[in-house]
Design a binder for this molecule. Structure first.
Ligand SMILES: NC(=O)c1ccc[n+]([C@@H]2O[C@H](COP(=O)([O-])OP(=O)(O)OC[C@H]3O[C@@H](n4cnc5c(N)ncnc54)[C@H](O)[C@@H]3O)[C@@H](O)[C@H]2O)c1
Length: 254
């Protein structure tokens, strides 16, 4: 389904990362993958994971809050791959203390940091990489329903996700004429490293299974299947959407 496509996967921290599940699905579908990692702290882990499962894949550093690293990523992709056909942006960050207590207490620094890494980074990545997507392609990001509804402790991240979702629509409108589609997957809650940063995240999961129409929680593998569809030509007329993969939880009143 993805053979002949070169896809950049940003946001693998460990084997629980949603980006890793997506990478595995894309690899299984024949894609050639290029991985980016945030910094030295993640390098060894990502190298080990990729080395075991997908040896030969290119790994490049990219802290999305650093313009020079983004410029370097675009240059490296151009020179080493020629072109790419897709990008998975699976990146978010907020200070732990902002994911607790009142949203009204959000600091200016905390607000700007969360928006910089979790929302603006999609714009910054897209702006550098769309010229390298000269045969068209698909850009996919990850969001959460806390953008639309108040979810306890999600706070500033919910506001950043609202900005991310609006960015998806504006980017989709800009890049449609270049044959590039931009979509977001709104995933249900999944236990990952980032999720641990949200206070009482486990309590958030309590009882959700009984409330979702499908009576279960979505998994990273569920998200990966939808990402596969969004990266493949079978979604060729789909752009600017926020696609829920949450076992239907978003339609429920409680
Ligand atoms: N886990 C959930 O419940 C859930 C639900 C909906 C959406 N999401 C979203 O999915 C995406 C992936 O999160 P995850 O749950 O797989 O957690 P994760 O911790 O495995 O992944 C988050 C990634 O963001 C990267 N990152 C953070 N700051 C960065 C920076 N400055 N530069 C480059 N990379 C940076 C980290 O290195 C990490 O790889 C995030 O956007 C998250 O908000 C998660």
């Amino acid at each position: 389904m993805l053979s002949g496509k070169k896809i950049v996967v940003m946001g693998v921290a460990n084997k629980r990362s949603i980006a890793w599940a997506i990478a595995r699905a894309f690899h299984g579908a024949g894609a050639e993958l290029i991985f980016t990692y945030q910094n030295g702290r993640f390098k060894d882990k990502v190298e080990k994971l990729v080395g075991e499962d997908m040896p030969g894949s290119l790994l490049l550093p990219c802290d999305v809050s650093e313009d020079a690293e983004l410029d370097n990523l675009a240059a490296e992709l151009k020179s080493r791959c020629g072109r790419v056909h897709g990008v998975v942006h699976s990146i978010a960050y907020a200070k732990k203390e902002e994911l607790d207590g009142l949203f009204a207490d959000t600091s200016r620094d905390g607000f700007l940091l969360a928006h910089n890494v979790s929302a603006y980074s999609l714009v910054a990545v897209t702006q550098r990489l769309y010229p390298v997507m000269d045969e068209g392609g698909s850009i996919i990001t990850l969001t959460f329903q806390g953008s639309q509804r108040v979810v306890p402790n999600y706070n500033v991240m919910g506001v950043a996700k609202a900005s991310l979702e609006a960015s998806v629509r504006y980017l989709a409108a800009d890049l449609g004429p270049y044959g590039i589609r931009v979509n977001a997957i709104s995933a249900g809650p999944i236990k990952t490293l980032s999720a641990k940063g949200v206070k009482n995240f486990n309590r958030l999961l309590d009882g959700i299974e009984e409330k979702t129409p499908l009576r279960r929680l979505a998994t990273a593998e569920d998200v990966a299947e939808t990402a596969l569809y969004l990266a493949a030509d079978m979604s060729s007329a789909v752009t600017g959407t926020i696609h829920y993969v949450d076992c239907g939880y978003h339609i429920m009143g409680t």
